[in-house]
Design a protein around this ligand. Structure first.
Ligand code: PLP
Length: 395
């Protein structure tokens, strides 16, 4: 864990970049695949590692390096590796740190594609995955095996915002000599720093809040120099799921406004959640900032804000949920999240449609459930747009 002399507000804007001879104030984009050397000797020294410096943008690019350094400092980590997507960040972590015969314990409430990566692809290489409850710490303890290598979770979960006790699960990881990997996509380092809670590795889909304006696909892994700086960087360099310099620049500039965006997202989400909880057409609201949330107290301890994502059940079935979605005129009907634009999603028929009806029910993804990623528009306009369909539901 690293403690920097600057606060996170300053790091988000200033850290990681070295000005070039052009004296630019805003960070430059280095759109170059390779780099030139002064001499054959310098080329040899770069390749042997005798001299640090740029070689080839699959693994050394100044714009990407600036993004990596900045995010590492914001997450209180020693090292960061940028990747082509959030999924390739997860893949790179498991490919670099696991081998055939290893066992993984994962929360069952993780991003759907991550679950498929585990079930369909990791299993193919002899890595066994056990899924446990996001919120029942004893299940994590009981699932440990001699060959367990990694504990994996994402908190709060999507779409029901279950909050994991990261500190308690990190203790289990320490005691059992396993690694805790946390997907911190929903909170970002602004609301939660898993490394300071005892996690070993943090994963990001930069596609979401780090960009914050829905422009680019990318990911990142943050952690110690040994695990991330050496092991995961080594896999990245060799396998090549690299973040492009252009995307790195988009995310670098995104980080500059991340803090005030997250604060505004949280404020609007809280107001929307409270409003929905009072609405006669709404059966139940899931948001960690509400006192009715089962992990309200825990979230207050490990997060500095309740986040931008909430979900709610309307009175009725699929028909009523779709009615609310289709009555909106301003919100974006899309499965994406973490955007300045508020998005509205029907999880049962989109993000979670690949689960069987039984699995969906077990996971709480009912047909009357709607997920909102609260954006940065006027909260009055968001409520009005949602209200159109809600007012159609008669009780
Ligand atoms: C979107 C998402 C991912 C995958 O990220 P991509 O950038 O789309 O590959 C992983 N984890 C969580 C929690 C996500 O929301």
């Amino acid at each position: 864990m690293m403690k920097h002399k600057y606060d996170i507000e300053t790091l988000a804007i200033r850290a990681g970049y070295t000005q070039t001879a052009e004296q630019e104030n805003s960070e430059a984009i280095f759109l170059t695949s390779s780099f030139r050397y002064d001499s054959a000797q310098q080329a040899a020294d770069r390749f042997s590692g005798a001299q640090a410096g740029n070689i080839y943008s699959r693994f050394t690019n100044p714009t990407l390096r600036a993004f990596e350094k900045r995010l590492a400092l914001m997450e209180a980590g020693e090292a960061c590796v940028g990747t082509a997507s959030g999924m390739s960040a997860i893949l790179s972590t498991f490919m670099a740190l696991c081998q055939s015969g290893d066992h993984v314990i994962s929360s069952q409430s993780i991003f759907g594609t991550t679950k498929i990566l585990f079930n369909k692809y990791l299993q193919k290489f002899g890595i066994e995955v056990t899924f446990v409850s996001q919120t029942d710490v004893t299940q994590w303890q009981n699932a440990l095996q001699k060959n367990t290598k990694i504990l994996f979770l994402e908190s709060p979960s999507n779409p029901l915002t279950e909050v994991a006790d990261i500190k308690a699960i990190a203790k289990i990881a320490k005691k059992s000599n396993t690694l805790l990997v946390v997907d911190n996509c929903f909170c970002t380092p602004v609301l939660q720093k898993p490394l300071t809670l005892g996690a070993d590795i943090v994963i990001h889909s930069a596609t979401k809040f780090l960009d914050g304006q829905g422009r680019a696909i990318g990911g990142a892994v943050v952690g110690s120099q040994e695990l991330v700086g050496e092991e995961i960087r080594g896999f990245m360099r060799t396998a090549g799921p690299t973040m492009s310099a252009f995307s790195a620049w988009v995310f670098l500039k995104g980080l500059e406004t991340l803090i005030i965006r997250m604060q505004a997202h949280c404020q609007s989400a809280m107001r929307l959640a409270s409003w929905l909880e009072q609405h006669p057409a709404v059966e139940k609201v899931f948001y960690p900032g509400l006192k009715s949330h089962p992990q309200y107290e825990l979230a207050k301890v490990i997060q500095t804000g309740a986040g931008a994502i909430l979900s709610f059940r309307v009175h009725g079935k699929l028909k009523q949920a779709w009615q609310v979605i289709d009555a909106t005129q301003m919100l974006s009907i899309t499965a994406n999240l973490g955007d300045a634009k508020t998005s509205i999603t029907h999880p049962a028929t989109t993000t979670h449609h690949r689960l069987s009806p039984e699995e969906r029910l077990n996971a709480g993804i009912t047909d009357n459930l709607i997920r909102i990623s609260v954006g940065l528009e006027s909260i009055k306009d968001i409520k009005e747009d949602l209200g159109k369909g809600l007012d159609l539901i008669r009780r």
